[in-house]
Design a protein. Structure first.
Length: 153
């Protein structure tokens, strides 16, 4: 799969739908007939996965995580909480479930932040707050996080 990139501002309509930007649709190509799974993100946002990416992730988790270990079982529950299948309609819109809207604090204005093989969905206000937390010394932060990884940036 091609790597997804880009930040896109979109609006939620009165019925809870938003239009997936054409640039993202082009990046997704014909994969999965534009089937997705959405769930809660690790912070106060949502994560939208192309269906094939979700299926691969779940298969890896199923091999590594045991329902017989308490913390792993809790993680599985938290991770799957709110997971919902979505399909693009004829107008390239997705219906955002009400419970997930509430979890992420999404009222109308949203930011789609796409990277790797997924799309994070943030309320615009929450996204701007997260961006403000960017470290002043990004170089130093990069050394801490990726100093031992061979990256030629």
């Amino acid at each position: 799969m091609q790597q997804l990139i880009g930040e896109y501002e979109v609006k939620l309509d009165a019925k809870g739908r938003f239009r997936l930007p054409s640039q993202l649709i082009r990046q997704l190509g014909e994969m999965d007939s534009h089937q997705f799974v959405i769930n809660r993100g690790f912070e106060t946002h949502l994560t939208l996965y192309p269906r094939s990416v979700w299926d691969g992730l779940v298969a890896k988790m199923d091999k590594k995580l045991s329902v017989f270990k308490g913390n792993q079982r809790k993680f599985i529950r938290y991770f799957y909480r709110g997971a919902t299948e979505l399909l693009l309609d004829g107008s390239d819109r997705l219906l955002l479930p009400k419970g997930l809207q509430e979890y992420a604090g999404i009222k109308k204005d949203m930011v789609l932040f796409s990277y790797r093989d997924r799309i994070e969905i943030w309320s615009k206000d929450e996204y701007e707050n997260m961006i403000q937390e960017e470290p002043e010394d990004f170089s130093g932060f990069t050394e801490i996080v990726a100093g031992d990884i061979e990256l030629d940036l």
